[in-house]
Design a protein around this ligand. Structure first.
Ligand code: BGC
Length: 459
């Protein structure tokens, strides 16, 4: 990676940043600098990825063979509404990718739906592979890197009916699907991640005292029992519906097997895994032990795995977790919240990148970061402050190579249905027409200039 001057790529990038900003840069990038842009902006490294993310089930629509579809359309259900047609992205992908490219972004993160590609165990669909080939071709035609997720939470019904990630054969089955996809589509991909947020269960309800939201109900036995009846096997385990420890083991094994299957077909394809992360902050005496427990459970096993079986780590951060001696603390009084109910805290991304880098010497990509809000000017501010944090990390010499925003579109936010708006682009729920929001234009401008541009006056 060295260049003529003998600098490593990272050193070169860092120097570029320093030259671009000089002394004024640090002033520009102070946390919460908000409006205080001095006009001197940080230039990002050449080749930095600027993108937006989606996930198949959240945008495609009609994903009827997936476990989630079943859970959404059952009685009782924990979902506020079913995914239905989602954003009709299955048919509108080409215009969506063209729009992303026209905005100035150079990376599209999306997932391939396992339940479409392998609707019954061992039965692979050529027609669906052809569909995803067209998606990948569209990325290429529009000059956009394709960052492909092989599994973004949803699995085929038959897989959930076998016992999902708890089944002893789950890693082999997942790797078989990944290998098949790779043999047909591998040459078109720029980056791949195996699993999206395989540590989510640990974050959601791994540690007594640190649980989040609707969790008491998620392991609801009646739902699991009824889903098992519906799939006809009497068993059902999927996503966060099942037993945590066997799922955790299954996902670790699945990542490793998938990594190997993907690299066997294309050894030079950068392959990683994306983790759900929070900026953990210990508050008050005795809190450190609780914080360390969380990290040991939620992140460290995956760092260990990534050290051996990953070319990069995808970090995904939305907010911070204030952790006291006995567990999670609410945001400080008066702190602004997002429409998900957690704190509006864009600096979380910087905290997460710094923590990860301190423990794992791998290139990092921000594969998700964003905010649920119906007031798009808050998204603009969020992006500005989060990207400023990434720039500060680069200045410290941390190897961050991309910022991919969640999400390109207002989409299906799982249990919460279509209420939370994470999109850079709004979607009319009747006509599926897309409406570009100012935040999309702002992020696109950052991408075009490859630097943190000042906030628009209107914000
Ligand atoms: C998930 C997305 C989700 C987003 C916003 C991430 O944890 O990967 O699927 O929509 O957060 O909640």
């Amino acid at each position: 990676m060295g260049n003529k001057a003998g600098l490593t790529e990272l050193q070169r990038q860092r120097r570029q940043l320093l030259l671009a900003g000089g002394a004024a840069l640090s002033a520009t990038l102070l946390p919460n600098a908000g409006q205080a842009m001095s006009g001197v902006a940080a230039e990002f490294p050449y080749g930095f990825l600027w993108g937006a993310a989606t996930a198949g089930h959240q945008v495609e629509g009609g994903n009827i063979n997936s476990d989630s579809w079943l859970l959404e359309n059952m009685e009782p259900t924990l979902f506020d509404e079913p995914s239905g047609d989602a954003c009709d992205h299955y048919y509108l992908f080409d215009q969506d990718i063209a729009m992303l490219s026209d905005l100035g972004l150079n990376t599209f993160r999306f997932s391939i739906e396992w339940s479409r590609v392998e609707p019954e165990a061992g039965q692979f669909s050529r027609a669906q592979i052809d569909h995803y080939r067209r998606v990948l071709e569209s990325c290429q035609r529009h000059g956009v890197h394709a960052m492909v997720t092989f599994n973004h939470f949803t699995t085929p019904r038959w897989f959930a009916g076998l016992g999902g990630w708890e089944h002893p054969e789950s890693s082999r089955l997942f790797a078989r699907y990944c290998g098949w996809v790779m043999r047909h589509l591998g040459e078109w991909m720029s980056y791949a991640t195996t699993l999206n947020e395989p540590n989510l269960m640990q974050l959601l309800f791994g540690i007594p005292g640190l649980e989040q939201s609707k969790l008491g109900t998620i392991k609801d036995q009646e739902i699991i029992r009824k889903a098992g009846e519906r799939v006809g096997t009497g068993r059902f385990s999927s996503w966060v519906f099942g037993d945590m420890e066997p799922i955790r083991q299954g996902l670790l094994a699945a990542h490793q097997a998938a990594y190997e299957a993907i690299k066997t077909v294309r050894p030079n394809l950068p392959v990683g895994v994306s983790l759900a992360m929070e900026d953990d902050q210990a508050v008050g005496p005795g809190a450190e032990a609780m914080l360390e427990r969380k990290r040991r459970l939620a992140y460290e096993p995956w760092f260990d795995m990534a050290r051996r079986h990953a070319d990069f780590l995808g970090v995904q951060a939305y907010s911070r977790a204030r952790i006291g001696k006995y567990g999670r603390l609410p945001p400080e009084p008066g702190m602004p919240l997002t429409d998900m109910g957690y704190e509006f805290y864009p600096e979380a991304l910087e905290g997460v990148i710094r923590y990860t880098h301190a423990h794992l010497k791998l290139p990092l990509y921000v594969t998700e970061n964003g905010v649920a809000t119906t007031d798009d000017s808050r998204r603009v501010t969020y992006i500005h402050r989060a990207v400023a944090g990434v720039a500060r990390c680069l200045l410290s010499g941390i190897d961050v190579r991309g910022y991919v925003h969640w999400s390109l579109l207002d989409n299906f936010e799982w249990l919460e249905g279509y209420r939370p708006r994470f999109g850079l682009v709004a979607v009319d729920r009747q006509t599926f027409q897309r409406h570009i929001k100012p935040s999309a234009t702002y992020l696109g401008e950052i991408a075009r200039q490859n630097r943190l541009v000042p906030l628009p006056r209107s914000v």
